[in-house]
Each structure stands twice: as C-alpha cells, then as structure tokens.
Design a protein around this ligand. Structure first.
Ligand code: DQA
Length: 147
C-alpha cells in the first residue's frame, strides 16, 4: 500500500510553534516516525508540507491512481479551503483528517471543517501521536487501489 501524509500551513513550525498547544516534536521527526511505521507495515510512504493552498492541491492531484490513502492535517485551510476539499474528492483517494490539537476545545471558528463530512476518519487532539495512529489505520484497514 502507498500512504501520503500532507501537512498544511504553519505545520513546518511544529515543535517551535505554540508548544503548549502543538508540543515540542518537529515535523521532520513526525515524518520520520510515520515513515518507520509505514515501513513496518510494508507500505510505501511520502510526506509533503506546504504553506500554499495550490501546492497542496497539486500534490493531491499528482497522487491520483498512485496512493491508497491520504492523511491530511490541513492546518488553517481546514476552516477555509473548498479547493483542497474538491481536490481530495476529485482524485477519489480516501483520507483521514488529523489535528494535533482538539479543535473543538478552541475558538468556535475552528469547530467547522470543510473535510470532516468526507473523511474516512478524523483524529483530533491526540497530539503528534495521532499521526502514528493514522498511518497504522491506513496501513491495516484501508483497501489497496486497483493499479
Ligand atoms: C490544526 C488546527 C487548526 O485550527 C490550526 O489552524 C492549525 C493546526 C491542528 O493540527 O491542531 O494550523 O490543524
């Protein structure tokens, strides 16, 4: 199986950004841990972070027909991006929506997501441990694409 991890704006600052909310682990550590978990399950793994909406749309389009499952933390685009939602639906790749923090315990405008109603599952508020859970879930439970 092939797994793609996507992180949106400001998640490149993971580990240094508001550590009381997002913790002290860096994105490169998170990506390396996810790659190791994927490898344990004999899955291929790729990770991409961008602060740009269009770059995330391009990466999702490029995954069409090649990736069995996407794990996406859209960052602030969670609450704004019809374009990223449409890209995920357009390529038809099942995805898990992930948030490091518990968005439902934060500002009311973080409670709405453009992704949740279409996600295969949602992981919220487990800190960076959520990424590991997401990779394991895709590796074990998602179906393989017919290639
Ligand atoms: C986030 C929550 C979003 O509301 C916020 O804009 C982020 C990170 C999270 O992982 O908790 O950038 O997606």
């Amino acid at each position: 199986k092939s797994i793609l991890l996507l992180n949106g704006p400001n998640l490149n600052l993971l580990g240094t950004r508001e550590p009381h909310i997002y913790g002290h682990t860096t994105l490169s550590d998170v990506e390396a841990n996810c790659a190791a978990v994927a490898a344990q399950h004999n899955c291929t793994f790729d990770a991409f972070q961008s602060n740009h909406e269009g770059a995330l749309v391009d990466r999702i389009q490029a995954a069409r027909g090649r990736v069995d499952g996407i794990i996406i933390n859209p960052g602030a685009y969670t609450h704004t991006s019809v374009a990223i939602r449409d890209a995920l639906l357009g390529v038809g790749i099942p995805f898990i929506e992930l948030h490091v923090s518990n968005v439902h315990a934060r500002e009311p405008w973080r409670h709405h997501s453009y992704f949740s109603d279409k996600a295969a599952g949602i992981i919220v508020g487990l800190g960076i441990y959520g990424y590991k859970v997401a990779v394991e879930h895709v590796a074990v439970n998602f179906k393989e694409l017919e290639k």
